[in-house]
Write a protein that binds this ligand. Structure first.
Ligand code: DAH
Length: 337
């Protein structure tokens, strides 16, 4: 190799560029018109033809090498200049910001309320700690009804007249006692039952109760409203069916199923191979309940329904264990926001 080329290469490798002034010195020494490297380039044409190609190649490679070094140093210095002047270390790993999100139970509860609000229902709320009248007596529960049993109900220790509401139907009573018909409300809330906690049941869960009282309200109207709800909630192609049932506060009473979303009605574990899943209870408000709550049952009639939010969210999001809602594991909760 040409000794001059070799010498300049060594100088290039030894040159330290750590600040702006070094960069300028580097440029003057290796890239300016007067630099040795530039002079070598000028000499190419004077070299004998048989050596010219090889020499030219080497000098040009060296020139490119010098230019590349210069560009790299320049970029490095410019970056460190911004870091110093702005006071921000752009190389530092970013802090992970986690944002909050609604709990899936709140999301589904809001969704249910929004659907009924679209068709004129207003949302009301009331106390979790209730008395026997609002939870049972006014709703036509006989004195010996098993739901009043210690097995199902949490009573308040210091005064067993009070209890944790076992359903949000208590808000039907409160609304009828304080409002004149027509009444069209939905009542979301938390409810409590003295039950063993398993994958399918919990001692705390959420319900949305619905109540419509006006003149000449029919069962057919209720069915249509509930069909509208099911389609909004689970999709336009959702099918429903009503099965006769019994609740003390409605007559006639029914339970509403939707076609199982998991197997499309073919039968699976979730629907216990029936193709249908129960999502709510409903019925025409019993005249005794209307009268007990101060509404003339000869003038007015109405329907009521109650649905469980956790169950609905389990179906919607294909969750197989109700306990997950209450464990506050963000890996689970973060999947819905
Ligand atoms: N309160 C009932 C429960 O907790 C649900 C229910 C059924 C509410 C029928 C209603 C109804 O308003 O008409 O199981």
């Amino acid at each position: 190799m040409n000794p001059k080329v070799e010498e300049i290469k060594q100088q290039l490798d030894q040159f330290r560029v750590e600040a702006g002034e070094h960069l300028e010195a580097f440029r003057l020494q290796f890239l300016s018109k007067k630099s040795e490297l530039q002079q070598l380039l000028g000499e190419i044409k004077n070299v004998t033809p048989e050596l010219r190609k090889d020499f030219g190649q080497k000098v040009n490679d060296l020139k490119q090498y010098a230019q590349q070094l210069f560009d790299d140093y320049k970029e490095k210095i410019e970056n460190s200049a911004t870091i110093q002047t702005s006071g921000i270390d752009v190389t530092r790993p970013a802090v992970l910001y986690t944002t909050g999100a609604l709990h899936p139970v709140s999301m589904v509860m809001n969704q249910v309320c929004e659907i009924f609000e679209m068709i004129g229902f207003s949302t009301v709320s009331g106390p979790d700690i209730e008395d026997d009248w609002h939870v049972f007596s006014a709703l036509n529960f006989p004195q010996d009804h098993p739901a009043r049993d210690m097995q199902d109900t949490f009573f308040v220790n210091v005064n067993p007249e009070f209890l944790l509401r076992t359903h949000t139907s208590s808000l039907q009573v409160r609304t009828m006692e304080s409002c004149l018909p027509p009444i069209r409300v939905i009542c979301p809330g938390r409810v409590y039952r003295n039950e063993t906690i398993t994958a399918r049941s919990h001692c705390i869960f959420h319900q949305v109760e619905g109540l419509y009282i006006a003149k000449d309200v029919s069962f057919a109207e209720m069915k249509q409203v509930l069909l509208f709800f099911a389609k909004e909630m689970f999709g336009e192609d959702t099918k429903i069916r009503l099965r006769p049932s019994y609740f003390p506060f409605t007559e006639p009473s029914a339970e509403m199923d939707i076609e199982c979303k998991i197997c499309g009605g073919k039968g699976c574990n979730v629907c216990k191979h029936s193709g249908w899943v129960e999502i709510l209870g409903c019925g025409m408000v019993d005249p005794n309940v209307l009268n007990d709550c101060g509404i003339d049952s000869k003038k007015y009639s109405g329907y009521a329904f109650g649905l469980g939010i956790e169950r609905m969210a389990m179906l919607k999001y294909k969750i197989n264990d109700i306990r997950l809602y209450f464990e506050n594991d963000v890996r689970f909760l973060g999947q819905f926001g």
